[in-house]
Design a protein around this ligand. Structure first.
Ligand code: MSP
Length: 540
């Protein structure tokens, strides 16, 4: 069976991961988890990893008094630890220093040389070390790097070039013919705009005299491979290109390459041409998400405003952090990070709405039914039940809406329609309605009248059913919380939404089941939180 193959960028190991990196992986994780719920654990291949070659890493290693490989070996566990605490359910972690990857990069280069898509030539240009990019005189902005506005150096050297220009027209046509290839639309237009200018061939080597830390270039002892060429190959080397054709065919083409908007050009221009030159199929979609900013600037290590995800998870828990990132921006747009807002969401949406809903149900079951879900002989004629049925119908509609937004097959098959923000809004609509139902029904009043025992039981059963359904829907987004609720309701660790939707009329819960109240899902926060201060105006 063809797997749903989703990838994150490979993160540079020159610094600890920050909130921007966490965002990409959380986004991909929500897609992957959702997909597994619908099509089984085995249906997804979720790839992440680290980008370990190039000047940036060599420099960071030197500053830390280490060799580059030893330095990368120390950094990789930091990334893995973050993915672990954030519940990132990746299937494979690739490092660009893996032997298999290096071999495959070499295989591809030899193949492209044979096809005469690579040639040696003298290169003169302006080089920006932090961006690892060459620029022509014309491209410079006031003599500085047009991307990062830092100083550039003039370099002249013998290198190997990949014939991007040869595939220029093909790429433009491909993007035009495949409107979903680059998303969102605004980014697709940006790439088409960029392609209106002639495409220069890509310099894919660096002389060893300048950079020693890279994959050996197959036909020259004096060159290493340019880090971006090396890194992009990971998407096919991870699935065995040139070494395991059966495996490769199970996975390739990828369904989604999730990237930040700053690295879209590499993914939407260089990468498709590399694939085309190799005679391979294109990935189905390249989705560019926006940036997390603070004080109007991209959050990044080099701007000194990196927000530490470890610290935030320690304070608020992984699910609250995931909720905030997934709910606060629409995929593709920028978002302003504010710990204040994260805190506010924790208190209102998570602790008050969701946490309290569970707490009220579990407490009432304890108090009125000895901690068990009551059994009732339901009678169609009971007016209470009739009105509940109407209410259920309303809930059912909202529920379907929530399912449709994040799950329903036809819409969902358009992978990129998956919108965690809308899905979470729809789920919260259900949570709020369930709370409102408790307010209206006032089970604590019903409990005072022995004649209303059945109505009380029916009310709590309905609320419990809704919470069970809400927990199912929450699984891709807040996996830890969903798991806790499902466990407390004695349901399996994972419940497939699609299957149970059919069983909805009968309910998910068995009468008489023992419900465990457990600890607060979102405990009270400390009073003095030492919030990450917003940066000074104009600062970064
Ligand atoms: N190593 C390259 C990617 C190679 S992929 C074959 C790279 N690494 S990175 O560590 O600098 O960035 C990785 C990803 O993190 C990029 O998609 C980038 O957009 C994302 N983010 C870095 N800072 C970000 C924010 N402030 N906000 C959101 N994401 C941003 O580029």
């Amino acid at each position: 069976m063809k797997k749903f193959y989703i990838t994150t960028p490979l993160y540079y190991v020159n610094a600890k991961p920050h909130i921007g990196h966490a965002y990409t992986n959380i986004l991909c994780d929500a897609y992957a988890r959702y997909r597994r719920l619908r099509h089984g654990d085995d249906s997804v291949f979720f790839l992440t990893g680290t980008d370990e070659h190039g000047t940036k890493i060599e420099k960071a290693a030197k500053e830390n008094g280490k060799g580059p490989k030893a330095y990368a070996d120390e950094m990789v566990p930091v990334f893995k630890e973050l993915w672990e605490i954030l519940g990132i359910s990746y299937d494979y972690f690739i490092r660009t220093t893996d032997d298999a990857h290096k071999t495959i990069v070499g295989n591809i280069l030899r193949d492209l040389e044979l096809k005469q898509d690579i040639y040696p030539a003298k290169y003169e240009g302006w080089y920006c070390t932090p961006c690892e990019s060459f620029w022509t005189e014309l491209q410079l902005l006031e003599g500085k790097c047009p991307d990062c506005h830092r100083e550039v150096q003039k370099l002249s050297e013998e290198n190997y070039f990949f014939k991007l220009s040869k595939y220029h027209d093909w790429l433009v046509k491909y993007i035009q013919d495949n409107p979903k290839f680059i998303q969102p639309e605004i980014r697709r237009n940006e790439i088409l705009g960029f392609l209106r200018e002639p495409l220069e061939d890509l310099c894919i080597t660096r002389p060893r005299s300048r950079l020693n830390w890279g994959i050996d270039y197959p036909n020259s002892k004096d060159h290493v491979v340019y880090v971006w060429f090396d890194a992009l190959v990971n998407y096919i080397s991870a699935v065995g290109y040139t070494v395991d054709s059966e495996r490769f065919n199970t996975y390739w083409p990828a369904d989604v390459h999730m990237v930040g908007k700053d690295i879209l050009r590499h993914h939407a221009v260089y990468w498709p041409i590399m694939l085309k030159a190799c005679g391979l199929q294109m990935p189905k979609a390249i989705i560019a998400h926006g940036w997390w900013t603070m004080g109007g600037q991209k959050v990044s290590k080099s701007r000194g405003n990196a927000v530490d995800p470890f610290e935030l998870v320690k304070k608020y828990g992984a699910d609250a952090f995931r909720y905030y990132l997934l709910h606060e921006v629409t995929v593709g747009y920028d978002g302003t990070f504010s710990e204040d807002l994260l805190r506010e969401r924790y208190i209102t949406d998570l602790s008050n709405d969701l946490g309290n809903l569970w707490f009220r149900l579990a407490t009432m079951l304890e108090k009125y039914f000895g901690g068990q879900l009551p059994k009732v002989e339901s009678s169609e004629d009971s007016p209470a039940l009739r009105s509940d049925k109407l209410w259920m119908q309303g809930m059912w509609e909202s529920f379907t809406k929530a399912v449709e937004i994040n799950n329903r097959s036809e819409i969902y098959e358009e992978v990129t329609q998956f919108d965690p923000r809308l899905a979470l809004d729809a789920i919260w609509d259900l949570i709020k309605k369930a709370n409102k139902k408790i307010e209206e029904k006032k089970p604590w009043i019903l409990a005072k009248d022995p004649a209303k025992k059945t109505e009380l039981a029916e009310t709590l059963i309905i609320i419990a059913e809704w919470i069970a359904h809400i927990a199912c829907l929450l699984q891709p987004f807040l996996p830890e919380t969903a798991k806790k609720i499902l466990k407390r309701l004695n349901l399996p660790e994972k419940v497939d939404i699609a299957e149970n939707e059919i069983a909805f009329g009968k309910g998910l819960l068995s009468p008489g089941l023992k419900v465990e109240r457990g600890e607060a899902l979102f405990p009270k926060l400390e009073e003095d939180p030492h919030l990450i201060p917003p940066p000074q105006s104009g600062g970064g």
